[in-house]
Design a protein around this ligand. Structure first.
Ligand code: AMP
Length: 112
C-alpha cells in the first residue's frame, strides 16, 4: 500500500519515534506547528476518522489511553491539544488516521 505513515511504521521511511507498542506508533511531526508536535497513529491502516467503526474502535480507545503518557513523557505538564483532521475541508494531507499532539506553549484560543 502506498501510504506514507505505513512506510514510517515499517521503517521504510525514517522518523523520530517517541513511542511504539504492538498496535500504536508515535513520532515527531516533520513540520512542527508548536514547540512539541507529535503524531500518534494506529499500526493498522485506517484512512481517516471516517474509517472508524465498531470493528476497529478498540484501537482508537487504545490510542487515547496512550496519548497522556506520550504527552507526559514529552514534558507537556501544562496541557496540550489533540487534533485529527478528517477529509479535504479539514486539510487532511496524509490518508492514514492520525492524532496530532500539540503543546509546549500557550496555544491559540482559536482552533480554525
Ligand atoms: P494532516 O495534515 O492532518 O494530514 O497531517 C499530516 C502531518 O504529517 C503534517 O503535520 C505533516 O507535517 C506530517 N508529515 C508529513 N510527512 C511526514 C514525515 N515524513 N514525518 C513526520 N511527519 C510528517
Amino acid at each position: 500500500m502506498d501510504c506514507l505513515f505505513c512506510k514510517i511504521i515499517n521503517g521504510d521511511i525514517p522518523s523520530k519515534k517517541v513511542y511504539e507498542d504492538e498496535s500504536v506508533f508515535a513520532f515527531y511531526d516533520i513540520a512542527p506547528q508548536a514547540p512539541v508536535h507529535i503524531l500518534v497513529i494506529p499500526k493498522v491502516h485506517i484512512p481517516s476518522m471516517d474509517g472508524i467503526s465498531a470493528d476497529n474502535a478498540d484501537i482508537v480507545a487504545k490510542i487515547f489511553t496512550v496519548i497522556p503518557k506520550i504527552a507526559s513523557d514529552a514534558g507537556l505538564t501544562n496541557g496540550y491539544r489533540v487534533i485529527s483532521n478528517c477529509g479535504d475541508d479539514a486539510c487532511q494531507s496524509v490518508k492514514h488516521l492520525h492524532f496530532h499532539i500539540l503543546g509546549g506553549a500557550q496555544l491559540s484560543e482559536k482552533m480554525a
